[in-house]
Design a binder for this molecule. Sequence first.
Ligand code: ADP
Ligand code: MG
Length: 303
Amino acid sequence: MLNVKNLTFSYNKTPILKDLSFKIEQGENLAIIGESGSGKSTLLKVLYGEYDLNFGNIYWKDNEILGPKHNLVVGYDFMKYVAQEFELMPFISVEENIGKFLSNFFPKEKKERTAELLEVVELTPFAKTKVKTLSGGQKQRVALARALAKQPEIILLDEPFSHIDNFKKQSLRRNVFKYLKEKNITCIVATHDNNDVLGFADRMILLNNNIIEVYDTPEALYKNPKTPLIASFFGEFNVIKGKIIYAHQLQVVDESKLKATVTESYFKGNYYLVEADLDDEKVFFENVSKLENKKIIYLKISK
Ligand code: ADP
Ligand code: MG
């Protein structure tokens, strides 16, 4: 179990993380979300032991994770961290990078392990390719595989799919998160992309104003978003009479008290996101077809 108690941290005078407390069980997937600059990367680095805390403690099982003041070499064998800006060895091949920290005394196991991880990150055809010739997204996949090579108990991933194109992203996410669950590896993912969270995270933490604003399951937070910031993570939403209403919860009906004028329709694939004017406020809703600008419509809130 990872146990974080009253963690407080600042780089200089301004505090970045204030009094954070949370726990994660072995094998759980925790998402850390928040706007850019909210401290997601800082939290991962602090959990990894890269910095000394101002206050508080971090424990992984019985080990206290300590910063550089108390620890000659940053990091622990049971924990791996894949930074937003990953570092690889450019002049050796993909498989050599992945196997870099695996023992040469077990050549068969090393080969099998490397092959398994190449499959997970879908880079088998690139096994012999030199890393310096890869794209940013491919390098990110090598970094992921390398972090998994020695099978850590806990892995910290900072925006792990950010450089990967949309064609590959979906299947890669499924592969990686499924692999982590199968191996019972605890995982903490910093992200601002709800696709990294929905369907994968057991719990999520929203960092805002230096504190944990909410800590719950994605489902609970989605169904009952207490603040606009939470709702905005999940998609387009409106605040109507003080209530948060997602765009898909509004539908066009023949008659209602919510009379609006269409101002724009955006093609979204299997629906149009329609923007309309409701009592001088913008509202967004989803509709199967495009609506003409200036058309008068009536909206109903569905549950
Ligand atoms: P996020 O990952 O959520 O975008 P970061 O953790 O990178 O946020 O940054 C949080 C805050 O800490 C920002 O205001 C950033 O400018 C500041 N910060 C990040 N790294 C450093 C550093 N090495 N020294 C001083 N301030 C930093
Ligand atoms: Mg970051």
